[in-house]
Design a protein around this ligand. Structure first.
Ligand SMILES: NC(=O)c1ccc[n+]([C@@H]2O[C@H](COP(=O)([O-])OP(=O)(O)OC[C@H]3O[C@@H](n4cnc5c(N)ncnc54)[C@H](OP(=O)(O)O)[C@@H]3O)[C@@H](O)[C@H]2O)c1
Length: 309
């Protein structure tokens, strides 16, 4: 499994993160097997949110699974997110962050988080409120690293007017078929082309410049949580043909190629898997070990329907 030294941290993490957003449907034993088998193929980082499963439920199920597994707490990197309240509104106030983190620690059965991520930008954010929470959490030893999710460079700059700790992660949606953070940069300033619209103010280049590790969520989804492109020949015939061809050539499965398309990028982007299937985790892990040629990487980009002028 490819792994990275994460800039601005002392963390060394797998290129693949297991996301636990979808585990509620599993039995306890299945969750334990998923987590252990992911660890066995080299996954050392796990992504949560207080809101997954409602009321810290996915965190709790994972905490239970860890307690019954052979994995040691210090051998894994546990990340959770805060800020979405019951799917109804956003809250990055000091009180809310502190309370939610305490609840996450209890649910996860740990006394520290390796990473706390602000789930989405809060329109009503007051950077001083976030800073106060981060200071308390850091000095209490409850959180070791801090990050954001779905944030633009300007939103990060706003937080940094008050927050002292480095912002080390930004989680963003990225798959071959949903790739605006990459695609816009390949069609700068082109007229009458939707892809040319810069939706994130140069987030990718900013992140590389600032040493912020991007984490790609929904790496196999067509768009926003609307199903996987893998095997969807009606919507993506050319892409699936090419993925199959390259899977045979590189000796991996289609999931491996879809993973490799992200890990091939020199920004050392981490891929957050949402699968609940241990076999698919292993297939993705195998994909992170291959290096797609430039030609293959660009052909996949074009086969997904993006423009390469
Ligand atoms: N920061 C944010 O705003 C944000 C938003 C969304 C998600 N996330 C994080 O990102 C993680 C991943 O998101 P995601 O779950 O949307 O990602 P994903 O890995 O693209 O999608 C996972 C889903 O696709 C299915 N799947 C995977 N490969 C498949 C295949 N070859 N054929 C058919 N179905 C397949 C999985 O089913 P099986 O379980 O049956 O394999 C699962 O339902 C989440 O767990 C969460 O940690 C963050």
């Amino acid at each position: 499994m490819k792994s990275y030294d994460l800039p601005q941290t002392s963390l060394h993490a797998s290129s693949i993160i297991l996301g636990l957003m979808r585990i509620l449907k599993l039995e306890d034993e299945e969750i334990r097997r998923l987590v252990e088998s992911a660890f066995d193929v080299g996954v050392t980082m796990f992504d949560h949110a207080d809101v997954y499963g409602g009321g810290h439920n996915c965190e709790r199920r994972f905490g239970d699974a860890m307690a019954s597994s052979s994995i040691k707490r210090e051998d894994v990197i546990i990340q959770t997110k805060v800020g979405l309240v019951g799917g109804v509104y956003y809250d990055l106030s000091t009180d809310h962050i502190l309370q939610a983190v305490d609840e996450s620690l209890t649910a996860l059965r740990t006394d520290y988080l390796d990473s706390l991520v602000l789930h989405r930008p809060d329109a009503l954010v007051e950077p001083e409120e976030v800073a106060a929470a981060f200071d308390v959490l850091e000095s209490a030893g409850k959180v070791r690293n801090f990050g954001v999710s779905n944030c633009s460079p300007g939103q990060i700059a706003l937080l940094k007017t008050a927050v002292k700790q480095p912002i080390v992660f930004n989680q963003v949606q990225l798959s071959i078929t949903h790739a605006p953070i990459i695609a816009a940069g390949l069609t700068v300033n082109m007229a009458n082309l939707e892809q040319s619209n810069d939706r994130d103010n140069g987030l990718l280049d900013y992140s590389r410049t600032a040493g912020i590790t991007l984490q790609a969520w929904s790496p196999f989804q067509k768009g926003y949580l609307n199903g996987v492109f893998l095997g969807d020949r009606e919507a993506y015939p050319d892409l699936n043909d090419l993925i199959d061809e390259l899977a045979a050539e590189y000796g991996v499965t289609p999931i491996g190629i879809a993973t490799a398309w992200i890990t091939r990028h020199p920004a050392n982007i981490q891929v957050i898997l949402g699968t609940t299937n241990p076999g698919r985790v292993a297939e993705a892990a195998a994909g992170s070990d291959i290096v797609l040629s430039r030609e293959h990487w660009y052909r996949l980009f074009k086969a997904a329907g993006h423009t390469l002028p």
